[in-house]
Design a binder for this molecule. Structure first.
Ligand SMILES: *[C@@H]1O[C@H](CO)[C@@H](O)[C@H](O)[C@H]1NC(C)=O
Ligand SMILES: *[C@@H]1O[C@H](CO)[C@@H](O)[C@H](O)[C@H]1NC(C)=O
Ligand SMILES: *[C@@H]1O[C@H](CO)[C@@H](O)[C@H](O)[C@H]1NC(C)=O
Ligand SMILES: *[C@@H]1O[C@H](CO)[C@@H](O)[C@H](O)[C@H]1NC(C)=O
Ligand SMILES: *[C@@H]1O[C@H](CO)[C@@H](O)[C@H](O)[C@H]1NC(C)=O
Ligand SMILES: *[C@@H]1O[C@H](CO)[C@@H](O)[C@H](O)[C@H]1NC(C)=O
Ligand SMILES: *[C@@H]1O[C@H](CO)[C@@H](O)[C@H](O)[C@H]1NC(C)=O
Ligand SMILES: *[C@@H]1O[C@H](CO)[C@@H](O)[C@H](O)[C@H]1NC(C)=O
Length: 433
């Protein structure tokens, strides 16, 4: 038993260490440097960030990218982004670099900067959509002119120690690797050009690095049982309990209460779970060939609107989704033929913004599923999801023994037969006396 348990923990820790997400095994953010020209003292590169994660995006205030130069490299200029600090450029006379730090930190520009400071795919305030939701918006790019650097593919030294915040911690980046040079099509699609040199960096996300506690939880209900199985107690840790606000508190009427803080500290509604997000799954109707589920997401943070939110769900019947009302839906196919995971997201301009806590702080949908006659059952909590992720963060489920059970399910039968056994023993006992 002990061997089994330690093996289990080993596997659990191991899977966290390699940042493996079973519902999105290939998810990563790739940062690509394409050297477009060599200059007198360095090079000009286009840096492109691609979010290949199916359902994890980068929300405002956006990404922050850092690295360490291998030599005394400086950044003469950047187009489409900027460094947060210039650093000490005192040894330069006349032409002063944009940044002289050994470990520059780069952020995106905000939308609406003058045209001459823009670069294609720049200036989105660092927001990157998830690949599953909008591949075209899942890319960010800027151009950097590097000086005091190598001036050929033999002498250039790749930057090291890449770091990515998105916007909080959680990403780990590998080393830069030289890859085959990127090819580009000219605008008229009649000619191909290629980068002089290309290197890639891959960053992966791990929830355990990002936060100690979950940031969302799941509650369950059904038409066949009055019990509402609520989120586990203190599902997201109860550290913020002292500062939480009751939903009818007068404080909520004061001006500026919803203004986000620089630290992004939440202002949570008081709940027994203390999660900023709750996902509720209700098994609503059982038809002959179909069944219907209602899903609702509730925001309990008074200081945050969730833009471009995503919900990823694993359930064995998601291979036969017939209709999804008022959300967009896309099946995810993590392992070739297994087909039990899908992502939901808001309809543009309708409910793709999950508003701050309060009367408008929720979005909901109904899902119609065609029954798979071989597996469909209402018994043993089969109708409830196996895994739920909100914005790429895994939500804490209630323990299976607390699920709303079908009145005559095996779970109850066992109890009944047990109590029958006890009463007949008692009966026997009384009779024999
Ligand atoms: C990064 O993601 C892409 C797209 O899913 C995948 O092709 C690539 O193999 C991944 N890279 C690594 C190092 O996992
Ligand atoms: C390098 O990154 C780009 C995306 O930025 C990706 O398309 C390409 O496949 C990557 N190359 C390798 C060899 O990983
Ligand atoms: C460097 O460039 C030369 C041609 O200029 C090319 O033959 C060589 O393969 C390149 N090496 C690398 C590592 O890209
Ligand atoms: C990279 O980071 C590690 C740990 O943070 C540090 O020990 C190492 O010196 C850094 N390398 C460079 C080139 O800065
Ligand atoms: C959320 O969005 C609404 C409408 O755009 C805005 O009035 C409100 O201030 C926003 N709340 C936060 C916390 O940003
Ligand atoms: C998964 O299910 C969807 C919806 O039923 C279907 O369109 C898709 O072809 C299936 N994919 C695989 C790999 O079975
Ligand atoms: C899903 O539905 C299709 C008909 O739309 C059916 O052919 C297929 O067998 C169903 N798959 C499962 C696993 O029930
Ligand atoms: C409803 O589910 C709860 C929780 O599993 C269970 O304790 C209860 O017995 C069920 N109600 C009925 C009528 O079976």
């Amino acid at each position: 038993m002990r061997v089994f348990i330690s093996a289990f923990f080993f596997i659990a820790i191991f899977s966290y260490a390699v940042a493996y997400d079973p519902l999105d095994p290939n998810g990563n953010i790739t940062i690509k440097w394409d050297v477009m020209s060599w200059t007198a003292d360095g090079y000009v590169a286009v840096v492109t960030m691609n979010n290949f994660q199916m359902y994890r995006h980068i929300m405002t205030p956006g990404w922050t990218l850092g690295w360490t130069w291998a030599k005394k490299d400086v950044i003469w200029s950047i187009v489409g982004a900027q460094t947060t600090e210039q650093g000490d450029c005192s040894k330069f006379k006349g032409n002063v670099p944009h940044c002289c730090k050994k470990d520059p930190t780069v952020v995106d520009l905000l939308p609406g900067v003058p045209y001459n400071q823009q670069f294609s795919n720049c200036c989105k305030g660092g927001v990157l959509s998830s690949w599953g939701q909008d591949p075209a918006a899942s890319v960010s790019a800027f151009q950097v002119s590097v000086g005091l650097a190598g001036t050929s593919n033999k002498t250039v030294k790749l930057p090291r120690n890449f770091t990515l915040l998105g916007p909080g911690p959680g990403y780990t980046c590998g080393g830069a690797k030289i890859v085959p040079p990127t090819t580009f099509l000219t605008p008229d699609h009649r000619r191909k050009t290629q980068a002089l040199m290309t290197w890639n960096v891959t960053c992966t996300y791990s929830q355990i690095l990002a936060r100690k506690n979950p940031s969302c939880c799941v509650s369950l209900s059904s038409f066949y049982n009055d019990t509402i199985t609520s989120c586990p107690h203190c599902a997201c840790g109860c550290q913020d309990k002292r500062n939480c606000v009751k939903p009818n508190s007068k404080i909520l009427k004061s001006v500026g209460i919803n203004t986000p803080k620089k630290s992004n500290a939440p202002l949570l509604q008081c709940t027994h779970h203390m999660c900023p997000i709750r996902v509720h799954w209700h098994v609503k109707v059982n038809y002959k060939d179909y069944w219907r589920v209602k899903v609702a997401i509730t925001n309990f943070n008074y200081r945050l609107n969730y833009t471009l939110w995503t919900l990823a769900i694993q359930h064995p019947n998601l291979d036969n989704v017939t209709q999804v009302f008022s959300f967009d839906y896309k099946p995810l196919v993590p392992y070739g033929n297994i087909n039990d995971t899908g992502m939901f997201y808001g309809l543009k301009f309708y409910n793709d913004l999950l508003m701050e806590a309060g009367p408008s702080g929720n979005v909901q949908s109904e899902i119609l599923l065609q029954k798979d006659k071989n597996t469909f059952t209402l018994k043993n909590g089969w109708g409830f999801p196996r895994k739920v992720y909100f914005n790429g963060e895994e939500c804490l489920m209630p323990p299976p023994d607390a699920y709303p059970y079908l009145p005559n399910s095996a779970h109850k039968n066992l109890l009944i037969s047990f109590s029958k056994l006890i009463s007949s023993l008692l009966f026997l006992f009384i009779v024999l006396q």
